[in-house]
Each structure stands twice: as structure tokens, then as C-alpha cells.
Ligand binder design. Structure first.
Ligand SMILES: *[C@@H]1O[C@H](CO)[C@@H](O)[C@H](O)[C@H]1NC(C)=O
Length: 303
């Protein structure tokens, strides 16, 4: 098997440039989509591949990202199902390199990652990233927002930016789900509920939300300090053999797109993630992540 990762990025160009044929004019901006193919990833049955690609030819310049979708395909461009190649995760992260350094030669030890501004940025610094649910999980950033990258004033002293910047917030739980007891089974209560709290440093409007879970996950919810529901994201399982519908795998997570201004969080608010897994069987190393995009109230912070 020689799978490739196909990434489709949609971005907004804020200045008029030469119009590419696929460009759309959205509210006076140019919306453009590009598809990138990774190098071939060589796998034998039972092998694991964990690759990091530097200096990826993603669009450069001061732009806003609107969506980022991925697909695992074979050498003919045909989607590969998860039971043939399990996509554990893919993440996209921008980084800086020392000025004048050769981008192709600059490795992990020399780069400065540009992390998102979320509460888990030291462990989960990525700007975009999903796992097996990639095929049926929306990544679109609702209008009028976009994820800003390539701001020319941003690089640290002596460095230049290669890619990306944004405002993703993530809350992480990684734990073990034990098989439910026979008493619980008799009561039809084989759901494991894990709860985690995080303080959100800066508030604003939640404009997008999605959870990430592993097989066995049922769904997760995010709550404000007073317990109000901010977003609920539910897992969809496949029922067949084909790519995007693989039985027993999470093939999609539902997303939240609250109308801006309707779901707000405040500076320093304690948020709670509730992650539910089926405990019909034991599950090890499961995850309960919640990604949210928070649009800050600019006018208020200027006052
Ligand atoms: C999680 O489980 C609790 C308790 O069973 C339930 O009240 C809640 O609705 C569940 N949430 C999700 C997202 O599945």
C-alpha cells in the first residue's frame, strides 16, 4: 500500500491578484481552493508511519484560511478505507525559520513553531488537525471570519515566517475506559463519562466547535461555568466497507456553527468538557478533545 495524503485548502485573498480560474468572488474577496498531494507514504501490514513534512508548498502571504480538508488516496487517487490504512491524525502547524536559512534543510531543532492561541497550545499547537473522522467533519470557518496567517509583522527577532496563524482553542483529555460492570449492564448503563475543566483566558463569540474522539466515542459536550451548553458534537459510525463508511470507525463528528453573538464566553471563564464513551468494551488511550474557534470582541478590547 502506498497511500498519499490529499489536502484541500480554501483561502481568502484580501487583495486583488491575478484571477485564478477556480477563484470565486465572495463579498469582494477572492476565495480560492488548492489541492496538495503529500509524497507517497510506504506501509507494510502492521507498520506505522509518522511523518513530518517541512516547507510544504501551501499558499504564502497574508491570507485568511476558510477550510482545510484531507483525504487518504492510493496512487490512482482513489480513497483508501480506514480498515486498510487507519488515519490516526493529521495536523497542520505554521513555523518560523532563522532568516536566510535554507527552508528545505532546516529541521525541528532550529524552527520556532507558531502555535495557536488556545489553552492547550504547548501540547496541541496545531492550526488544523483531525483523525479518522476527517471525511465527514466540517472545517469551514463561518463568514465573516477566517484564520489569519502570514502577518508580516509577527516573526520573532531574526526569523521569518514560513506559514500560518489563528485562534483555535482546544481542551484535552486522554484516559482509559474500563468495561462496565454487570450491574451497570443490567441497568443498560454502559456509558463512561469523563469530565475536564479548563480556564479560557480570553472570551468572545464561539463561531465553530467540534470534538475529536477515538473508536468507542459517543459524543462530547462543552459547557460554560454555569453549566450552559456551548456545543455538542456527536460521533457518526460507518456501516459498510467503503472509504468514508467503514464499520466500527468514527467517520465523522457533528459540528456547531452558532450565529455570532448567540454563544459567548467571557475572559477567564472555566469551561467543562464532558466526553462520553461506550463502556461495552474496554478502550485504552482514548481522547476527548474539543476544538473551538472564538472570535474576540475587538471593539470592546479597544475601549
Ligand atoms: C453524555 O452522557 C450523559 C449521561 O449519560 C448524557 O446526559 C449526555 O447527554 C451525553 N452527552 C453526549 C454528547 O453524548
Amino acid at each position: 500500500m502506498w497511500p498519499f495524503l490529499l489536502l484541500l485548502v480554501t483561502l481568502l485573498l484580501s487583495t486583488a491578484a491575478t484571477l485564478p480560474s477556480e477563484a470565486l468572488n465572495v463579498r469582494g474577496h477572492l476565495l480560492k481552493s488548492k489541492t496538495f498531494l503529500s509524497p507517497a507514504i510506504f506501509l507494510r501490514p502492521g507498520s506505522v508511519s509518522n511523518k513530518i513534512y517541512f516547507d510544504v508548498a501551501f499558499p504564502k502571504g497574508h491570507i485568511a484560511l476558510k477550510s482545510f480538508d484531507a483525504e487518504v488516496v492510493d496512487e490512482h487517487g482513489v480513497p483508501v478505507p480506514l480498515h486498510e490504512t487507519y488515519l490516526h491524525h493529521w495536523v497542520v502547524e505554521p513555523y518560523y525559520i532563522p532568516k536566510g536559512a535554507d527552508a528545505a534543510e532546516t529541521k525541528l531543532s532550529k524552527i520556532i513553531p507558531r502555535r495557536n492561541s488556545g489553552v492547550c497550545k504547548t501540547t496541541l499547537g496545531q492550526y488544523y488537525g483531525l483523525g479518522s473522522e476527517t471525511r465527514h467533519t466540517a472545517t469551514w470557518v463561518p463568514d465573516p471570519y477566517g484564520i489569519e496567517v502570514g502577518d508580516p509583522v509577527a516573526p520573532p527577532e531574526g526569523h521569518e515566517e514560513k506559514q500560518w496563524l489563528l485562534n483555535v482553542f482546544q481542551i484535552d483529555i486522554e484516559y482509559q475506559v474500563e468495561k462496565c460492570s454487570s450491574e451497570d449492564r443490567a441497568k443498560n448503563d454502559c456509558v463512561h463519562v469523563q469530565v475536564a475543566k479548563q480556564i479560557l483566558p480570553r472570551g468572545g463569540d464561539i463561531v465553530f466547535g467540534v470534538a475529536h474522539q477515538h473508536s468507542g466515542g459517543i459524543g462530547a459536550s462543552l459547557h460554560g461555568e454555569d453549566g450552559r451548553l456551548l456545543c455538542e458534537s456527536v460521533a457518526t459510525y460507518g456501516e459498510g466497507r467503503e472509504a468514508g463508511n467503514e464499520e466500527g470507525y468514527i467517520v465523522g463528528m457533528s459540528t456547531c456553527y452558532p450565529k455570532p453573538g448567540t454563544v459567548t464566553v467571557s475572559d477567564g471563564e472555566a469551561l467543562t468538557v464532558v466526553s462520553n464513551y461506550s463502556s461495552e468494551r474496554q478502550h485504552t488511550g482514548v481522547m476527548g478533545l474539543f476544538y473551538i474557534l472564538v472570535a474576540e470582541h475587538e471593539q470592546q478590547s479597544q475601549l
